[in-house]
Design a protein around this ligand. Structure first.
Ligand SMILES: Nc1nc2c(ncn2[C@@H]2O[C@H](COP(=O)(O)OP(=O)(O)OP(=O)(O)O)[C@@H](O)[C@H]2O)c(=O)[nH]1
Ligand SMILES: [Mg+2]
Ligand SMILES: [Zn+2]
Ligand SMILES: [Zn+2]
Length: 403
């Protein structure tokens, strides 16, 4: 990546010049001040602003880099903590140096976004990063927030997650904060081995917030800035699928009546309009953000998928330590064929007319034979192919290679 002069804050998704980056004092003995920006970000009461250590800008002439450190004008101590001028959250180093990727997960209500995000982070940390010779660590309090919002329920109490509350009305639970992770990868060239580090920002949208373009444009700025979009499709919301399965199976996997949720192609239209407005693209220009269209809850539809399908096999990419192009190709055509068979052509044509780079996948966050029971109880998640869309997005961004 080339030299950059601007950055996007991974917390509030505002774009700024590098020269606008601010610092926050880290000296525990320094005075506390009212932090209006932080209070606004957290939607707190401006009459009782949150308190925080001194924040300040430093004049700089260099448009390409930010000073490593600065001296607090209040106490004179040196601080290394860079913060966003808009929201005052601490910025990861990679935000300033250029290697960060926002992955957004979208889809209508109850398509499985939260389960997908909750489980993929666990998998990336424990298994996927390790197979690719790397490691994943949370930035700031991201890992703790993952534990609170996802880990406790899925992995400790073995219960499915609740549907996500709108970030418009519900602002106090911290769920509006994206989860930020640093992925370190060993990078082998002919002569040496080096470590490359990337920052990934995951945002678990509430399906409810994708229901109209007005809420979307304020809440979902991150979608426009994404390096990849994971678009989840709930097969249970396709009548031709639900009709082939027994009612209790569908109920346990659906959480909501599909007739009451926005259709996938409507959400696709809204997402595309949002990106076009943000990028000032004409109606006929295709958007170049890679879109992974993923059938979620794949475990439930296994019985109605032809038994010779590649997608029934475990994902090969991690054990092969590269992105397996022939597997990817097979899965893509199998899922496309299933979509045709199930009369989901409206969705296909939305995707084809709006995006220049897309691919079809199927995944299960909970795993085969792990449909939640009536009370929401599950066994420990044992996901099927959940990493495929993520690895494809990495490949499309040049982070890993395909073979
Ligand atoms: N069988 C099965 N069911 C799943 C899986 N993932 C999610 N579900 C079911 O789908 C329901 C909705 O999943 P969520 O992840 O909460 O959906 P969401 O897209 O986050 O929904 P909103 O937050 O309302 O937008 C869950 O309550 C489960 O019943 C899966 O991998 N397998
Ligand atoms: Mg959710
Ligand atoms: Zn200070
Ligand atoms: Zn910010």
């Amino acid at each position: 990546m080339g030299m950059k002069t601007t950055f996007i804050c991974p917390y509030c998704f505002e774009k700024h010049k590098l020269s606008e980056v601010q610092f926050r004092c880290t000296n525990k003995r320094c005075k506390d001040f009212d932090d209006v920006e932080m209070t606004k970000y957290e939607n707190g009461n401006l009459k009782m602003p949150k308190q925080g250590k001194k924040t300040f800008a430093v004049p700089t002439k260099n448009a390409f880099s930010v000073p490593q450190s600065a001296k607090c004008p209040e106490c004179g101590n040196t601080t290394y903590k860079h913060i966003c001028p808009s929201c005052h959250n601490e910025l990861p180093e990679s935000t300033l140096t250029g290697k960060d990727m926002i992955i957004s997960v979208v889809g209508s209500r109850a398509t499985g976004k939260s389960h997908f995000v909750g489980v993929i982070i666990k998998e990336l940390r424990d298994r996927v990063s390790v197979s690719f010779g790397g490691s994943l660590e949370g930035f700031a309090d991201s890992y703790q927030r993952w534990q609170t919002n996802f880990g406790n329920s899925l992995y400790d109490n073995n219960m499915k997650l609740e549907l996500t509350q709108s970030s418009v009305q519900n602002v106090d639970n911290g769920a509006y904060r994206p989860l930020i992770f640093k992925l370190k990868l060993k990078h082998k060239t002919l002569f040496k081995e080096s470590i490359e580090s990337f920052t990934f920002v995951f945002f678990d949208t509430a399906g409810e917030d994708l229901n109209d373009e007005d809420t979307m444009s304020t809440v979902n700025k991150y979608i426009c800035k994404s390096a990849g979009i994971v678009f989840l499709l709930d097969p249970m919301q396709i009548p031709a699928v639900a009709n082939q399965l027994d009612e209790s199976t569908v109920k346990r996997a659906a959480a909501i009546d599909y007739r009451s949720v926005a259709k996938a192609d409507d959400i696709m239209t809204r997402v595309s309009n949002l990106i076009r407005n943000d990028r000032k693209l004409s109606d006929t220009t295709k958007i170049d953000i890679p879109v992974a269209a993923v059938f979620s809850k794949f475990d439930v539809i296994v019985p109605i998928v032809p038994s010779d399908c590649t997608v029934l096999n475990p994902s090969p990419h991690c054990s092969e330590k590269h992105f397996d192009m022939s597997d990817w190709h097979n899965v893509n055509s199998e899922i496309l064929a299933l979509l045709h068979e199930w009369d989901a052509d409206a969705f296909i044509s939305q995707l084809e007319t709006n995006y220049s780079n897309f691919s079809y996948f199927a995944a299960s966050a909970l795993g085969l034979n792990n449909n939640p029971d009536q009370s929401g109880k599950i066994e420990r998640p044992r996901p099927h192919r959940i990493e495929d869309p993520f690895l494809w997005i990495l490949k499309e961004n040049g982070v890993i290679k395909g073979k």
